[in-house]
Design a protein around this ligand. Structure first.
Ligand SMILES: [Fe+2]
Length: 382
């Protein structure tokens, strides 16, 4: 089941260090001790080699700066803590700059076996070993650079190539499946599920098929793609991925009964769920409004005509038309959308224009719901 997140991003001090509690270090220690034997048994050699190279601490949460010091000589990558909420645009920009965005909190004991949001254990234990390998580092960098070239409406197409490889890819060794993806190597339950369960479908690596395959963020994956030869992934970095996206779009998404689920107040770093795929949750007083940086980050996910108010409490877009009828039609459509989502915008229209504003009155500011509705409006007016 989808759930609201209870996690808050940890803020680094002036030296770039994050202060974790003894209990948080203990959660890392226990996760690390549990995952080491499982990864030695089930993870791909390239991951295990990276884990050895990084030699991360077993008894405490490592700092991003430590990982950067070890990664830089190997592949030129950095690891940087980020706020819990980061959009696709910023995610791609960071990959393009060879900087891995790491959510800074660690899961609680209640979420020990499975956590929907990526925590620091997922980011560091799961992701950084592959970033020691020049081939995976280059592929991640290319995803970022392509992400800078695609329209925001195409982000959800490109991200599937990252999701089904870097996050949840499988490979094979001596006829046995091996885990490549960070979502597997960092998960006590999904690592074993992905290897042994007869339930998920395991499909041959194919870029176009991957781009056409919907995924869910809140359950163990129903589909994995298997790289028989890891070089096939590295060769994908040399493809014309923009053309691949166009081809996948012309063919359409594969039919799926799975639907991206609502995720609560925040969108986590690598949760990789398109805004327009989410649905609004009931507005509640008492929750915090998005801060200006968070609102600005999410604004990047929307059509460039959206404007953020100077106090970061409202987002607005003005549509222009020649005549009155189309403005009225747009106003009706926006009203329909808002009513359907249970999140009602302010609408103004007249001859030649229709303006819409979203805010969350209950919290006197912006919430995820405002951006979800705006993204849906972008989708249906594209
Ligand atoms: Fe991830």
């Amino acid at each position: 089941m989808a759930k609201k997140t209870n996690y808050i991003a940890k803020v680094p001090d002036e030296q770039g260090l994050i202060n974790y509690s003894a209990e948080e270090h203990a959660v890392w220690r226990d996760l690390y001790a549990q995952q080491i034997p499982s990864t030695k048994k089930y993870a791909a050699d390239v991951y295990l080699k990276g884990l050895d190279l990084l030699d991360m601490p077993a008894n405490r949460i490592p700092q991003c700066l430590e990982l950067t010091e070890r990664l830089m000589p190997l592949s030129g990558w950095r690891v940087a803590p980020v706020p819990a909420l980061i959009g696709f645009g910023r995610f791609f920009n960071m990959l393009a700059e060879k900087t891995f965005p790491a959510a800074s909190f660690i899961r609680s004991r209640a979420d020990y076996d499975y956590i929907e949001e990526p925590d620091i254990f997922h980011e560091i234990f799961g992701h950084t070993p592959l970033l020691t390998d020049p081939g995976f580092a280059h592929f991640s960098n290319i995803i970022g650079k392509i992400g800078q070239r695609v329209e925001p409406a195409d982000y959800s197409w490109l991200i599937r190539l990252y999701w089904f490889t870097i996050e949840f890819g499988l490979t094979v060794k001596n006829g046995q499946y091996k885990a490549l993806g960070s979502g597997l190597t960092s998960s006590p339950t999904e690592l074993i599920y992905s290897m042994n369960s007869p339930v998920p479908e395991r499909r041959e690596f194919n870029v176009i098929d991957i781009l056409r395959t919907p995924y869910r963020i809140d359950i163990h994956q129903p589909v994995y793609f298997v790289l028989e030869n890891i070089d096939d992934l590295f060769q994908a970095a040399d493809r014309d991925l923009l053309s691949d996206i166009r081809q996948a779009q012309s063919l359409g998404l594969f039919e799926s009964r799975y639907k991206c689920q609502p995720t609560g107040q925040t969108i986590m770093t690598t949760q990789l769920c398109d805004l327009s795929d989410q649905t609004c949750e009931p507005c509640q007083g008492g929750m915090a409004a998005l801060d200006p940086a968070e609102a600005k980050t999410l604004l990047e996910e929307l059509h460039p005509d959206w404007q953020l108010s100077s106090d970061s409490k409202v987002i607005s877009r003005r549509f222009k038309f020649k005549g009155f009828a189309r403005a009225l039609q747009m106003a009706n459509m926006i009203a329909w959308l808002g009513d359907r989502q249970g999140h009602h915008p302010d609408i103004a229209f007249g001859w030649g224009y229709c303006s819409v504003s979203f805010t969350t009155h209950e919290i006197n500011g912006l919430s995820n719901n405002d951006f979800i509705c705006a993204a849906k409006l972008d989708q249906i007016t594209a």
